[in-house]
Design a protein around this ligand. Structure first.
Ligand code: PRP
Length: 208
């Protein structure tokens, strides 16, 4: 049995479609309800829905053999997992944004609001920029508007959230997409089936 952690939500549903088309389907997952675990005994595959930011934890600790996590989570938490494939879906970018009136004064500490403290720290240390991280859990866009921070480091997908809150993306830190990840021990002992799944999914990846 291969245990697969999928991110709950729109991305997870898209990614499950890729598994299905690759021949690793589990029809019961399509039934409406609040169940979290689904298995197809015949195919030897079990899926479970996990909060997107938790997928890497399940995979790192072996509760799941493989999973699908955003590159943002992998960069932020650096879990000890193998990254097998860029699924080229869930595409967005990690960016620095601020009010249009913002002008950086390098003589002052830059106040950065973010959920991604490690990504922000690494980015600004590469620029030798002195920063103060303000760690928030959501609605990051509020911080510069209310004067809590100078800039934000956050995910930008369509740009609509920034636009509707009168913020401007200033710099792109890195592109982000969903990745297939594997537990390091599982990859050794269930290598055949994991490789077959990765190859099947690779056939579903749309080249950009
Ligand atoms: C992310 C991010 C932005 C928004 C960007 O939040 O924090 O708020 O998406 O998307 P857009 O560029 O298409 O407007 P998410 O929806 O993941 O919710 P969260 O704040 O709970 O992380």
């Amino acid at each position: 049995m291969v245990n697969v952690a999928l991110p709950k939500g729109r991305l997870g549903e898209k990614v499950y479609g890729m598994f299905e088309r690759a021949g690793f389907d589990c029809p019961s997952i399509r039934e409406p309800g609040r169940k979290l675990i689904f298995e197809n005994l015949e195919k030897g595959i079990r899926f479970f829905w996990v909060k997107p930011s938790d997928v890497a934890i399940y995979v790192e600790r072996g509760a799941a053999d493989i999973g699908v996590a955003g590159k943002d989570i992998l960069l932020e938490y650096q879990p000890e997992v193998y990254e097998l494939l860029d699924l080229k879906t869930g595409i967005c970018r990690m960016a620095v944004a601020a009010k249009s009136t913002f002008r950086d004064d390098r003589s002052k500490t830059l106040r950065v609001a973010t959920k991604f403290a490690n990504i922000a720290r690494q980015y600004y240390s590469g620029q030798c920029r002195d920063i103060d991280i303000i760690h928030l859990n959501g609605s990051i866009e509020l911080a510069p508007i209310l004067g809590l921070s100078d800039v934000i480091v956050d995910i930008v997908e369509t740009g609509a959230t920034l636009k509707e809150n009168d913020l401007i993306p200033f710099e792109t830190i890195t592109p982000i997409s969903a990745r297939l990840i594997a537990n390091q021990v599982s990859y050794k002992f269930k290598g055949d089936i994991i490789s077959a799944i990765a190859a099947g999914l690779k056939g579903q990846v749309k080249d950009l």
